[in-house]
Design a protein around this ligand. Structure first.
Ligand SMILES: [Fe+2]
Ligand SMILES: [Fe+2]
Length: 420
């Protein structure tokens, strides 16, 4: 599925055969560029940046590198190839043909999900706007801009769906996506985490480490959707998302490694001394980690969510790796372990029967985060206690092979839906 780059809007959806849609998106395009100039990366709009652009949506063409000025980046519309005879594979419509158009009864829900996902994409560009001015290295600077242009393309992905499938409402929502601003008191972004500041590079690494991980799980869940165009568009977005998490994890790991090296060299864990030596002390790292982890977990919503249960039962949004899970994919009587806060303490409510109440998503990301935190702890140990670390690393690697995928490797697939 090669992408036509001769068109004003690069795409692999035969945009030129639908003139009304093409015109509508071409009217949105200058507003998008205006938004990018206004709140996109500060101070680097005229520089040549070595960036990856997709030239086709398959494995051979998704990573084409060249120098480009960011405002000239070829943002466009790329959907993963259509799967013949794809069926809805969870919820009460299981076995019916996947929807190529929006079912009337799910129109409002689907629009809300697409708008909410779409809103996070430009928000993160706004949050990261000034970071290029203080980049620790050219390597980091390039990674930042790569993430930024791809979040811009993710906005395009959602805007295409809004324009193509939701008529006038969709066009209005697409405009509103360019009008809200992260952190704006009057017209903020929709979700809390996307109105927080990303004021420094540690915050950026933590954001891509945790919040892009939320992105991974949300996109994997949407890639299972019975609404086929949404599934195909999020499948392709996942290819790009893997790199964002790599930027976060490798960034945090480098910071932690340097801290541990200085702790070893100067035989100190005193925050004051470590700060004076130019590294970030472990307490500060822990505070950043606590903040970003909490803000990110909030993005999944409450453990007990009738909305999430309805998205599932209606076939709109699946679970992470739905196809790999061995159960009835209906979950009418499935139970989940639930924690709740009572009098300031976490209390185990035991296992709660789903029956329209329990959110099917948050359990997988917690395991995922546990795994990456273990890798981080291993970085500290490797530096501070090399012999013990070597033994632990062997065990950790074995565990990782058993439990985790290869999502942090750039270009790795982050869930099976993304691999289709
Ligand atoms: Fe994104
Ligand atoms: Fe991302």
């Amino acid at each position: 599925m090669s992408i036509d780059y001769n068109e004003k809007i690069p795409n692999n959806v035969n945009l030129s055969t639908d003139k009304a849609l093409q015109r509508a998106l071409e009217r949105w395009q200058p507003n998008y560029l205006k938004w990018w100039q206004e709140v996109g990366p500060e101070g680097a709009q005229q520089d040549d940046i070595y960036l990856r652009t997709a030239v086709s949506a398959d494995a051979s063409g998704w990573a084409h590198f060249d120098y480009v000025k960011m405002p000239d980046y070829r943002w466009g519309i790329f959907l993963a190839p259509q799967e013949a005879d794809r069926k809805v594979h969870f919820g009460e419509h299981t076995g019916e043909p996947a929807w190529q158009d929006v079912p009337g009864e799910h129109r409002a829900t689907l629009r809300r999900i697409i708008v909410t996902q779409g809103d996070t994409e430009p928000a993160s560009v706004e949050q990261q706007r000034y970071l290029g001015l203080t980049a620790p290295s050219l390597y980091d600077l390039r990674n930042l801009f790569q993430v930024n242009v791809e979040e811009g393309r993710h906005l395009w992905a959602m805007v295409y769906l809004l324009h193509r499938y939701f008529g006038r409402d969709g066009r209005e929502e697409a405009e509103a996506l360019l009008e809200r601003r992260s952190g704006d008191a009057d017209n903020p972004r929709i979700l809390g985490a996307f109105n927080e500041k990303t004021p420094d590079w540690l915050a950026f690494y933590m954001f891509t480490y945790f919040t892009d991980r939320d992105g991974k799980f949300q996109l994997c869940a949407l890639a299972e959707s019975g609404f086929d165009p949404l599934a195909r568009t999020t499948q392709f977005m996942l290819t790009e998302e893997a790199h964002h998490m790599f930027v976060g994890e490798s960034g945090v790991a480098r910071v932690v490694q340097r801290t541990a090296e200085v702790m070893r060299e100067y035989k100190t864990d005193s925050p004051d001394k470590l700060r004076a030596l130019g590294v970030i002390d472990l307490e500060t790292l822990q505070r950043y980690l606590n903040f970003h982890y909490s803000v990110t977990l909030d993005l999944f919503g409450a453990d007990q969510s009738s909305n999430a249960a309805t998205f599932y039962s209606t076939g709109i949004k699946g679970r992470y790796d739905e196809t790999k899970i061995n159960d009835d994919h209906l979950l009418k009587d499935a139970t989940y372990p639930i924690l709740d806060v009572v009098d300031g303490k976490l209390v185990d409510l035991g296992r709660v029967v789903r029956r329209g109440l329990v959110h099917p998503l948050p359990h997988a990301p917690r395991h995922d985060v546990d795994d990456v935190l273990a890798r981080l702890a291993n970085v500290v140990q490797r530096v501070l206690v090399p012999a013990q670390a070597a033994r632990d690393r062997g065990e950790h690697e074995r565990r990782r092979m058993r439990t985790a995928g290869v999502e942090e490797r750039e270009g790795g697939q982050v869930c099976r839906a993304g691999a289709r």
